[in-house]
Design a protein. Structure first.
Length: 202
């Protein structure tokens, strides 16, 4: 995969770009097996209730499984091949597809978030093309606001600004969630390695 893809979120070459909503859905699934596919958009699959599995591959040969329970989500970066599998009934999932695009008169750019938010900076510099995390409801609440926007038929310039604000909030929340889950783990591994070296070099 080309790490300098113009659509990849975790690419500092794309910091001067912005985000736009490409697709939104909230669906109930019963025994569902999606065809493996990829797309240029970044995708967030959020399991609202039930249990689902997402399979993904970065080499088009070996697939890895990520199991999602309620209040867990997976972020899949641009052009990562993946599929959703649901083995039970009554599983509800939010799906948000976001396009990375050249910014014109947009309300925010990734650069603005990168410059002011240390957690977003860590998120961009250490992010994985696919990762799973648990939500403390901040991400869910933002997704619900975006859902209300998609149902508003009276779109205006002001509502476009509101959407940009929601997407900005969503990425800040994603960055916070990522830091909470992975930065602490990374720090603990470094501490364990340091302690091991100190104890064995005495």
């Amino acid at each position: 995969m080309n790490q300098f893809d113009e659509n990849i979120l975790f690419n500092k070459h794309n910091l001067n770009k912005s985000a736009d909503l490409a697709y939104f859905s909230f669906q109930n699934y019963d025994k569902f097996d999606m065809r493996a596919h990829h797309h240029k958009e970044i995708e967030i699959m959020y399991v609202y209730s039930g249990k689902a599995s997402v399979f993904y591959t970065q080499d088009n040969v070996k697939y890895e499984e990520v199991v999602l329970n309620g209040n867990q989500y997976i972020l899949i970066d641009s052009n990562v091949k993946h599929k959703l599998v649901v083995d039970s009934h009554g599983v509800t999932i939010y799906s948000v597809l976001i396009t990375v695009r050249n910014s014109k008169d947009d309300y925010f750019t990734f650069r603005q978030l990168y410059d002011v938010d240390p957690k977003f900076r860590y998120f961009i510099e250490h992010g994985q093309l696919v990762y799973k995390a648990f939500d403390n409801n901040l991400i869910l609440e933002t997704i619900k606001l975006i859902q209300k926007y998609t149902l508003d038929v009276r779109k205006s310039n002001m509502s476009k600004i509101k959407l940009q604000s929601m997407l900005s909030t969503l990425f800040i929340s994603l960055a916070g969630s990522y830091n909470d889950q992975f930065k602490d783990v990374r720090a603990n591994r470094i501490n364990l390695a340091t302690n091991y070296i100190q104890n064995h070099l005495r």
